[in-house]
Design a binder for this molecule. Sequence first.
Ligand code: UGA
Length: 451
Amino acid sequence: MRVCVVGTGYVGLVTGACLAKVGHQVQCVDVRPEVVEAINAGRSPIVEPGLDDILKAGVAEGHFRASLSLQEGMEGAEIVLVAVGTPTTKGDIDLRYVREAAEGIGRTLAGSSAYRVVTVKSTVVPGTTDGLVRTSLETTSGRKAGQFGLCMNPEFLREGCAVEDFLEPDRIVIGQWDERSGDTLAKMYSPFSCPVVRTGLRNAELIKYTANALLASMISFSNQIAMICESLDGVDVDEVFTGVHLDRRLSPVVDGRRVHPGLLAYLKAGAGYGGSCFPKDVLALRQFAQECGVPAPLLEAVMAVNRSRASHLADLVEEPLGGAEGKKVAVLGLTFKPFTDDLRESPALAAVEELLRRGAVVRAYDPEVPPGRTDPHLPSGLELFPNAIDAVREAQAVVLATAWPEFLGLDWGAVCAAMPRPVIVDGRNALKEVQWPHGALYRPIGRRTEV
Ligand code: UGA
């Protein structure tokens, strides 16, 4: 099938390249000339394992290309996927790019009588597809929904394994305006063999928010329990959750063997959630609930617990040092999770900012954030180092903020030897197996430590 993808951000690019890989003819459209040029040269403008290879192959085989022109991109396309950003502006979902995309698509629809299914992939609040998107399309095209198809098809891609998630999906959700729209989109997904949920547009929109809000709630729930654990003697949050995870309803026994679903990784205490999705989506859902006149105290609490993680990490550093003012603190890991270079809403950066605010001298190392990297998310005053040992040299405390595997294998003896009186705050509970040298103070999450 011919597919047009509008927006070559993270979702659009992965979706387009993967659809080309499974045999579709894909045209991506973006307004940024440098991105279009990179894609057509077979280079991925974002870091995502496996993407470079499939993108290069797609371009070389002529299945995948990018264009600046929507008209050109939609040429012959049966499906038009809208994968533009839905950022938060003043605490509310900003649908400007979705509206602009819908208007542009509508104008192109006006020029031809071909049946095309416009499909929203961007994360949008319930009512957007059959409201703003449909209205924009109908107004600019002069046609009614039904004469063109309309679907909402949320994505469930995790950064760092987005290609794998796309090619081996758990489920495909197709929210449809009418049967014909859904049938056409289902045809695009025929190479995939997972369950397909055919439903209404608003259900599809809410499935996405509910999925992300659930995962974020599990993280905040775990951190809430961790705070209770830290107030008690002889309690460790990881042991508590080991006991909880073994409930067969959470980790079933199949053919005599215990299965540990990926979901359990979110029932773990740490530095909190971040990234470009959870914080934005929980906030948008809370805002949407408010607009519907529905109180959302649970979502408020999920956000409040998450916000408090940065100051809690700073407290763990400050207590043994007797204050943070003028103290050298090394932060290991800056990205919002390992295996990405993404710094958006990173809990590690929230901790850095809090430490800087309290007067600490903060230095950091992250394998994806080399010295010299310029990024608007990096706070000024943060000094970057090319390796962990240089970052920790002479530091009064180290904070492990992102659990990159290389930190687990660090020579912690050497790290401690490079510090006058080592204090290690393990914001990810990733270093529990380390044999700490005498005199080092190890402070994990969710376990009381005397200072
Ligand atoms: C998340 C969802 O997992 C995807 O299903 C969804 O499609 C995507 O948002 C989206 O809305 O686009 P992503 O933000 O890439 O994907 O990251 P996750 O791997 O889920 O991590 C989100 C947060 O959860 C991070 O702060 C991470 O540190 C935390 N996390 C992640 C855990 O606490 N434990 C884990 O095992 C994985």
